[in-house]
Design a protein around this ligand. Structure first.
Ligand code: PLP
Length: 417
């Protein structure tokens, strides 16, 4: 860091400012976490210099013997951690991993059945603003209006009608467990590939806190930086029969040289995730999310689907008459970082939204437990209900900010020293 400060004090200052922001506030974005110093050290290493197009033992560049070791160790750790026959650690991100899945199994124009974006699906599951909706033919399935749960009967009916080449299970804002066996049965009935996008919950699978999609799916894509707490990046897990196809789809079809510092950092994250401490963390993440959702319900917010089985909850603020956008802005002013989120059948446009999404991963990494979740919920509710721009509201937001500071001082992110 000294070298950075000397060369570029402006960027060094920004790096420190971001560290201060993490230390001084509550991070409730469900897709974020506080990755370990060991992972950060690997990301900041000279492995970043190396070109290594290809795979271990089959590279297009010399001098890859050292990085080969890192990637091989990472692949073996991923296979062991997830009980998978094959792992590819090279996708630069979750979206890149997903692009490779399409490239491996579909041709442009093929039909893909996936969860609708407004009901929790990801952009890469068929949105018109992404390659997935532009180059493929997406058929969306929904959640039921009454239960806000995936309607497996609808999924089956749509699969029978549209005969998709591929069916996607997995989402960005779905708080409940997904019935992978039901998806497998539907995919088998219509002869479709079953792809599970586990970007959000793969870290809970690693910690054995929720069931694994690996035995059911043809391919599982994931990110490594959410609950899993690794470096920002993507990965693929599959059966051996699809290994070659997926590897070729990542390189050379959709990517060039892998980010070897990130690949090595993924290996570090898998090692960390294979420990009993990590398993305890993963089950705590789930318990904390449930407590947070319950406590926020006590504050007049409605938990979509009645609660959560995972690391995230979606709260409907319509009962409070406050938009998701206002809630996000007010929380920001109180050093609480979360995001506005559409709820199923949302009457508001996406940039306004009727809900917020909260996640428990970063707070759990900081060592917070269920008692602190009740405290966090009180602070979130105070911020959400404070009308910013009024004297009273701004004073309340300032008071919440102070209380947030006291809470995080007891459970510091990246403790000093
Ligand atoms: N798939 C799902 C379900 C996601 O939630 C996300 C990101 O939040 C992605 C894919 C994309 O990951 P990335 O942002 O790393 O490209």
């Amino acid at each position: 860091f000294d070298a950075l400060e000397q060369t570029d004090p402006e960027i060094a200052g920004i790096v420190l400012e971001e560290l201060d922001r993490l230390r001084g506030g509550l991070q409730l974005i469900a897709s974020e976490n506080l990755t370990s110093p060991a992972v950060l050290a690997t990301l900041g290493s000279t492995l970043s210099n190396k070109y290594a197009e290809g795979y271990p033992g089959r590279r297009y560049y010399g001098g890859c013997g050292v990085v080969d070791q890192a990637e091989t160790i990472g692949i073996e750790r991923a296979k062991a951690l997830f009980g998978a026959e094959h792992a590819n650690l090279q996708p630069h991100s979750g979206a890149n991993a997903n692009l490779a899945v399409y490239a491996a199994f579909c041709q442009p124009g093929d039909t893909v059945l996936a969860m609708s974006l407004p009901h929790g699906g990801h952009l890469t599951h068929g949105s018109k603003v992404s390659f997935s909706g532009k180059w493929f033919n997406p058929v969306p399935y929904s959640v039921r209006k009454d239960t806000e749960l995936i309607d497996y009967d609808e999924v089956r009916d749509l699969a029978r009608t549209h005969k998709p080449k591929m069916i996607v299970a997995g989402a960005t804002a779905y708080p409940r467990l997904i019935d992978f066996a039901a998806f497998r049965e539907i995919a088998d009935e219509v002869g479709a590939i079953l792809w599970v996008d586990a970007a959000h919950f793969i870290g809970l699978v690693a910690g054995k806190a929720i069931p694994s999609p690996v035995p059911y799916a043809d391919v599982v894509s994931a990110t490594t930086h959410k609950v899993l707490r690794g470096p920002r990046g993507g990965m693929l897990l599959s059966r051996e029969e699809h290994a070659k196809k997926l590897d070729k789809a990542v390189f050379p079809f959709t990517q060039g040289g892998p980010l070897m510092h990130a690949v090595a950092a993924k290996a570090v994250a898998y090692k960390e995730a294979a420990t009993p401490e990590y398993q305890a963390y993963a089950s705590s993440v789930v318990a904390n999310a449930a407590e947070l959702a319950k406590s926020l319900e006590g504050e007049g917010m409605r938990a979509v689907s009645g609660g959560t089985d995972t690391h995230l909850a979606l709260l409907d603020l319509q009962g409070l008459g406050i938009s998701g956008a206002d809630a996000e802005a007010r929380c920001d002013a109180a050093a609480i970082t979360l995001n506005k989120n559409a709820i199923p059948y949302d009457p508001a446009p996406p940039m306004v939204a009727s809900g917020i999404r909260v996640g428990s991963a970063a707070l759990t990494t900081q060592g917070m437990g269920q008692a602190e979740m009740a405290e966090v919920a009180t602070l979130v509710a105070r911020a959400v209900k404070a009308v910013h721009g009024t004297a009273d509201g701004d004073a309340e937001l300032a008071a919440v900010r102070v209380a947030v500071g006291e809470l995080v001082a007891r459970h510091p992110a990246y403790p000093r020293g």
